[in-house]
Structure formats: structure tokens, C-alpha cells
Design a protein around this ligand. Structure first.
Ligand SMILES: [Zn+2]
Length: 332
């Protein structure tokens, strides 16, 4: 049986169970945190808080989460290992890649393809070997292997930096077979740009690509076109009701199921136990944005509107299983 790498080691693909494909644990700005640790406070308390919140999620019946926190979002695997040890009933899958909406981090600015012109030759991007090593060998000596590749494109579209990362992700995908999750901005139709660079030019099959945040739009015709092209759609920000509403998100999911696309969607909340991007005084106004929102509020709402338990199982169990099944990834 094929296996998937998790924080606590490989798990049989059939053991994943109900899976949320996009939840963070800690989302933070690493160098700000290193210099201004006051808001973070006690490491022990943060780890205990995360373990408690994830235990409650597991108690709700979720067996696996994918945490696509990569460089740019403050990935720090030793801390995730401490959390995972305290919640053995939940599988935590981690990712490699790079998160930017515009330019590459300064670390990469004068390396790899940035030197092509000066050296008059194609210089390989060091990102590719870094991503591959995270999948094949493990991350930073922890022994924890990444099972997915992650990159991002937002409203600003295909900037040179975004395109460079996407090309590196495509190259790492071809060397490892790991599936790809892309942060997208569906209102700006960035899924089409992903198709152009990652798939048409980069040779990644759309069925190996999850277009995260597809549920941010209510344009079901656009979503259907992306699903018809083979992509998996992340209906993965339930509870983040900024610039949209609970009903708009949930009704889009209901309509896409009615049109027969349950086989193309995965569910999640994109929540975090701690996220330093938002003033802590504002977070109480985002009261539905937490790990338990889908189970408590979304599933009852969509069941009332005709989404079947079979369709829910397809979105929570079968689609993640199919997406994460990779014969030659670092999991087994
Ligand atoms: Zn996210």
C-alpha cells in the first residue's frame, strides 16, 4: 500500500481518513518574531494551546490535516513535532516550497537563474534541490519529510518572482512526484495563470494540482472550468468571512455539488492556532475562523440544502486520498 509522510512518520494512504487539506498551526513572520517575541510569549503555552485545539478537531472526527506552512509563512518543524507528539490521534502532513505574492526572498535574489545573464549560461535554481531534499531526505535534520509542494499567486498575478518559484516547484514535482498546492486568488482568475506556467509550460498534470482558496469566489462557471481542466479545488477558507459571507461560501459549495463536482473539491478552513498577520484585537471579530467551524456549522448547513453524506465523504476522504497518493514521493 502506498504511504504518505506525516510529522510522526509514514502512514498508509488508507489510514488518512477524513482530511482537511489546508490548515496552519502557526503562521508567523519569523524574523519579526525572533526580535520582538513579546506577543508570542511562552513557547510552552503556545504548543499546549495548539495541541488542545487540534485534539478538539480530532475529537470531531478529523483524522488528518495538511499544514502547508512553508518558507515565507514561518515554517519551523521542531515546534510542529512537539505539537504532533501531544496529539497522536491526528496525522499532520507538512509541505515544502515558498510563499510569495511578488519577489523571491533576498536569500535567492542573486543565486540560481538570477545569475544567468552575468554568467551566460542557465544556472539551476537552488530552490529545486532544497524542495527535493525536504521531500526525499527530510526537513532541516528533523527526519520529517514534506509530502507536498507549495507556491502562491495572488491578485498581483504572475510576477517574475512568482513565476520563478512556480518553475522550481514544477522541477521538484518532476523529481519527486509530490503533488502541488497553489495559493490562488480566484477573483483575479489566477488559476488560468497556474495552468499556463505550472501545467502547460511546466508539464505538471492538473490532476496533481490543488488550487487553494478556490472557494473565495462565487463564480461557479469559472470553478467548473478549472475542475473540467482537471484541477482539484480548495473550498478551504470556511470561517474566513472577510469580503464574503458564510452563506456565500457555503452556497457556492452546495451549487458545485449540485452541478456534480463533489469529486473535484476538498474542504478546509485555512485557520491557525496563532497567526501574526492580524492585530490580536481584530481576531475576536472573526469568530467563525477556527478548526471546528466546518463540523459545527458548514456541514449541517450544506446537508440541509441537499449535499449528501456520500458527497461529503468524497470531499473529506476520497479526494484527499487520491490527491496525496504518490507512488514515488518521500512517504514510503
Ligand atoms: Zn493558507
Amino acid at each position: 500500500m502506498s504511504q504518505v509522510a506525516t510529522v510522526r512518520g509514514p502512514v498508509g494512504i488508507d489510514g488518512l481518513g477524513p482530511t482537511y487539506m489546508h490548515e496552519h498551526i502557526f503562521t508567523l513572520t519569523a524574523d519579526v518574531q525572533q526580535n520582538y517575541p513579546q506577543e508570542w510569549g511562552s513557547e510552552e503555552a503556545r504548543v499546549a494551546d495548539a495541541a488542545g485545539k487540534l485534539r478538539a478537531l480530532a475529537a470531531q472526527g478529523i483524522a488528518t490535516i495538511v499544514d502547508p506552512t512553508v518558507v515565507g509563512l514561518g515554517r519551523y518543524i521542531p515546534r510542529i513535532q512537539r505539537v504532533a507528539e501531544q496529539v497522536p490521534e491526528l496525522n499532520i502532513i507538512v509541505a515544502t516550497g515558498l510563499y510569495t505574492y511578488d519577489s523571491v526572498p533576498f536569500f535567492f535574489r542573486h543565486r540560481g537563474p538570477a545569475l544567468n545573464e552575468a554568467l551566460g549560461t542557465e544556472v539551476p535554481d537552488p530552490m529545486v534541490d532544497m524542495f527535493v531534499a525536504d521531500i526525499v531526505e527530510g526537513i532541516a535534520g528533523t527526519g520529517v519529510k514534506a509530502a507536498m509542494l507549495k507556491c502562491a499567486i495572488d491578485e498581483g498575478g504572475m510576477t517574475p518572482g512568482v513565476e520563478r518559484v512556480m518553475r522550481a516547484v514544477a522541477a521538484a514535482h518532476h523529481r519527486t512526484g509530490a503533488p502541488v498546492i497553489v495559493h490562488t486568488h480566484p477573483g483575479a482568475r489566477t488559476g488560468l495563470e497556474v495552468k499556463r506556467v505550472l501545467c502547460d509550460a511546466g508539464g505538471v498534470e492538473p490532476r496533481r494540482v490543488l488550487l487553494a482558496h478556490s472557494g473565495d469566489t462565487t463564480d461557479c462557471d469559472h470553478l467548473a472550468a478549472l475542475a473540467d481542466a482537471g484541477f482539484t479545488l480548495g473550498m478551504d477558507r470556511f470561517g474566513l468571512n472577510v469580503e464574503t459571507t458564510f452563506e456565500a461560501r457555503a452556497d457556492t459549495l452546495v451549487e458545485m455539488c449540485r452541478r456534480g463536482y463533489a469529486g473535484s473539491m476538498v474542504l478546509s478552513q485555512d485557520a491557525s492556532c496563532y497567526l501574526d498577520w492580524i492585530d490580536p484585537a481584530v481576531l475576536p471579530f472573526m469568530a467563525q475562523w477556527h478548526y471546528l467551524h466546518i463540523g459545527d456549522e458548514v456541514l449541517p448547513y450544506i446537508r440541509d440544502r441537499g449535499v449528501t453524506d456520500g458527497e461529503i465523504a468524497t470531499m473529506l476522504i476520497e479526494n484527499p486520498r487520491r490527491f496525496l497518493e504518490t507512488a514515488d514521493s518521500g512517504g514510503g
